[in-house]
Design a protein around this ligand. Structure first.
Ligand code: NAP
Length: 306
């Protein structure tokens, strides 16, 4: 059959290319469909220190390129295209893309998660005009300037530390009075002298003309409002799973993540979910890569039943 693969992997992040590596080494005819470039979310991190094997750490983009090359060395193919719709319920899985239709006996979903937005009215107006979602990508535009980082998790704190090395001043705005971020980051943050904090504060409005020039915050404990002058804002409040394509076919939890356990099996036979897009306790490069290997084990088991 035309364009028929043993397994199609949707998404070329660390989970996707680990799955592709294991699938091709298992002799499966394998296609990875990726929208942009290899690496997924990790391409936005310049220094990954918690993926083993790189004693000096590694740039996320470079790691993505290496993972792709590693899978292609054994015959994995990549199609750069956007997936428009899927039909996953039958025995032959159908994937419609911006560059044609592809069929597979099994599908591994590795679409990851995208940046969460604050959802305040002026956010969209200033997106790309001072409101950014990736410090590693856009931080360089704010050399010697004043920026705010919103959030209190690992992403926000890592962004604040990175920006403190580039910017004149970094203001971390968090809606509570304690950080969610891992302890190791707290000391690094304390040592960054140009980082200040606005605790118990939410952003209510972005201000400016053509570009952002400031923002309004409100203290959730006292109700008091304040205006901060900033040249840029980094929204680092977590991520949303990329699962819209699968709604109504693959079972999702209340936050939109694909319901799948450590065996990566979804509610549909022959459909597996790996990495950040599935329900799991820890979303990291290393856990996504592990999922890729596990999924292929169960893909092989499934293909043997056909
Ligand atoms: P996260 O852990 O979910 O943290 C999101 C932060 O944003 C929380 O502090 C949360 O506040 C805040 N927040 C959420 N929605 C908000 C809203 N509407 N308005 C204001 N604040 C809001 O997300 P993350 O930091 O992106 O991390 C995601 C995952 O990646 C985690 O598992 C994390 O450990 C991992 N990660 C790891 C590293 C690393 O280890 N090197 C680096 C980055 C990310 P509350 O605290 O009040 O809920």
């Amino acid at each position: 059959m035309e364009n028929m693969y043993d397994v199609i992997i949707i998404g070329g992040g660390p989970g996707g290319y680990s799955a592709a590596l294991y699938a091709t080494r298992a002799g499966l005819d394998t296609l990875v469909i990726e929208k942009l470039s290899a690496g997924g979310q990790m391409t936005q991190t310049t220094q990954i220190d918690n993926y083993p094997g790189f004693d000096q750490g590694i740039d996320g983009f470079e790691l993505g390129v290496k993972m792709k090359a590693g899978a292609e060395r054994f015959g994995a193919k990549t199609k750069l295209a956007e997936v428009l719709s899927v039909r996953l319920e039958g025995q032959v899985k159908e994937i419609e893309t911006s560059d044609g239709r592809f069929l597979a006996k099994a599908v591994i979903i590795a679409t990851g998660a995208g940046h969460r937005h604050l959802g305040i009215p002026t956010e969209a107006q200033f997106a790309g005009r001072g409101v950014a979602y990736c410090a590693a990508c856009d931080g360089m535009f704010y050399r010697n300037k004043t920026v705010a980082v919103i959030g209190g998790g690992n992403s926000a704190v890592a962004d604040a530390i990175l920006l403190s090395r580039i910017c004149k001043e970094v203001i971390l705005i968090h809606r509570r009075d304690t950080l969610r971020a891992t302890k190791i980051y707290h000391d690094q943050l304390k040592n960054a002298e140009n980082v200040t904090f606005r605790w118990n504060s939410v952003v209510t409005e972005f201000l400016g003309g053509d570009r952002i020039s400031g923002l309004k915050i409100q203290n959730v404990a006292t109700g008091q409002e304040a205006r901060l002058n900033v040249d840029g804002v980094f929204v680092s409040i977590g991520r949303n799973p990329v699962t819209k394509l699968f709604e109504g076919q693959v079972a999702l939890d209340k936050n939109g993540y694909i319901i799948a356990g450590e065996d990566t099996k979804t509610n549909l036979a022959g459909v597996f979910a790996i990495g950040d897009v599935r329900t799991k306790a820890l979303r990291q490069v290393v856990t996504a890569a592990a999922d890729g290997a596990t999924a292929v084990h169960y893909v092989e088991e499934y293909l043997a039943t056909l």
